[in-house]
Design a protein around this ligand. Structure first.
Ligand code: PGA
Length: 258
């Protein structure tokens, strides 16, 4: 009997790049070309909101690529200068929303706010990519408690029936925005994915723990992607800087899809 290959997902977090729409289109078109041959891997591109419509027009019928946004505001409506609401996100036609990225948390976003956002996204039938990760490691293992609390608090009040859309991205802050050498190794990633599954099992049940996709993010580059995906016990990646280099990003997609 053929064993079923589990689908993978690779999220491109473009952050505040690139500087022009033309550059965005170029990266997107190159990524689109490579994604045509993917069999088991979904690509989620999270560009600055400003580029989404233009890129979506270029998507055509491709089912391999979906779009996401990098954040959403925690209130559904009201006077909130500069923010984007969940209705706007829905109307933009994206399917994924990154929530609780460490770069948002560093601006003051706490677990309660993250939990509001997760609920808004789940209640809208979109897919939240909930980011968790510790600032630093300590020998006593307090970072594990920190991750446990982050997950528990971020998922408070979530209705179990909505959880099928949840994705968790484990992104240790100390590994973000560096190089593959500074990233977590596959053994560490494997341990963390088991830990997160255990947390989900304790909070909800075994089925949810098994089904929730767990991604790793933090200096995923072409040189460490293969080891991480083969040995890290994860369902894909959240890729920052390397997703803006279309050639390298497309190679990562091929590796994940193997
Ligand atoms: P990085 O970013 O790949 O540049 O480390 C990942 C992220 O912050 O999501």
């Amino acid at each position: 009997m053929k064993t079923k290959i589990k689908n993978k997902i690779v999220v491109a977090n473009w952050k505040m790049e690139p500087k022009t729409q033309d550059e965005a289109l170029k990266i997107f078109n190159d990524t689109k070309k490579a994604s045509k041959n993917l069999k088991n891997t979904k690509v989620v591109i999270c560009p600055p909101n400003f580029y989404v419509n233009e890129l979506k027009e270029g998507l055509g019928k491709s089912k391999k690529i979906s779009f996401g946004v990098q954040d959403v505001f925690s209130e559904e409506e009201g006077a909130h200068t500069g923010e984007i609401s969940i209705d706007m996100v829905k109307n933009l036609g994206v399917e994924y929303v990154i929530v609780g990225h460490s770069e948002r948390r560093s601006l003051g976003e706490d677990d309660d706010t993250v939990s509001k956002k997760v609920n808004l996204v789940l209640n809208s039938k979109l897919n939240p990519i909930l980011c968790v990760g510790e600032k630093e490691r300590d020998e006593e293992g307090n970072f594990l408690l920190f991750i446990l609390e982050q997950i528990k608090n971020s998922l408070q009040k979530v209705e179990k029936k909505h959880l099928k859309n949840l994705i968790i991205a484990y992104e240790p802050i100390w590994a973000i925005g560096k190089t593959a050498q500074d990233a977590m190794d596959s053994r560490g990633v494997h341990q963390m994915s088991l830990f997160i599954k255990k947390v989900l099992k304790d909070l909800f049940d075994e089925k949810i723990a098994e089904k929730t996709m767990i991604l790793y993010g933090g200096s995923v580059e072409l040189s460490n992607a293969e080891d991480l995906i083969k040995n890290g016990n994860i369902d894909g990646f959240l890729v920052g800087h390397e997703s803006l280099d279309a050639d390298k990003f497309c190679e990562i997609l091929k590796i994940v899809d193997k």
